[in-house]
Design a protein around this ligand. Sequence first.
Ligand SMILES: [Zn+2]
Length: 286
Amino acid sequence: MKWQGRRKSSNVQRGGGGGSPLVFGGGIGGVVILLLYFLLGGNPSSLPQQGTAVQQNQSQTSGDQAVLEDFLSVVLADTEDVWHEKFHEYGLTYTEPKMTLFNQATQSGCGLAQAKMGPFYCPIDKIVYMDVSFYNDLKNTFGAEGDFAFAYVLAHEIGHHVQNQLNILGQIQPLRKQLPEADYNKYSVAMELQADYFAGLFAHSVQEKGYLDQGDIEEAMKAAASIGDDRIQKMSGQEVNADSFTHGTSKQRKNAFDQGFKYHDLEHALVFFEGLRYQPEFQYKR
Ligand SMILES: [Zn+2]
């Protein structure tokens, strides 16, 4: 991605307050092992390339971290431009979210944010929480390399903010309390696929602006495919159980990104709820 020297978002802040993130015991290695253990949901001794991941994380210099943070700040600025434009097309107003960068752990409006959780969006404080070390996990654990793979992860989280802005989140979230878990999981998968669709829409828009390099779209598609629930379950040695999926299969995620790239509109973003009993709506003028 062509990002150097471009505008960085002013909505970037540091986790932990006053520039010093909360640090928990166990050191970097311990946190990384915990992280892998959590992501793969299984026995740490069966983890692929565990040693490599820990080593590479420890050798990551603060210089690398600064570059990753600058990169994410430019990508966040791009999401602001893309979503202001898109909302404007529909007669809507986009409110920019904040992004908190943290190491290991920080407080969020949704509880303690820990690196082992991976990047996430908290709809209560409207902040995307990004632990920059997830870049290494993408590469080492999921085999998804390249800067645009990381941009896709942020664009997906911003997709959840878009769902919040469109009040799709507000319509779906109450179902969590009303439905049995296996039923609610279908809505959760639809929400995740829609966030992937929004990441695809974002990718289309930055491509139009001329910011993409050869191979960037493939990087994002590979990242989308690499973090499907089926793949995570298989890597952890579990039987693939579709009822427990909360993000969708690799194929579904790649396909959702693809659709967003192809249609880049808001109307097609609702297809992920087709066939479900409850379908969210949003108001717009176009
Ligand atoms: Zn998500």
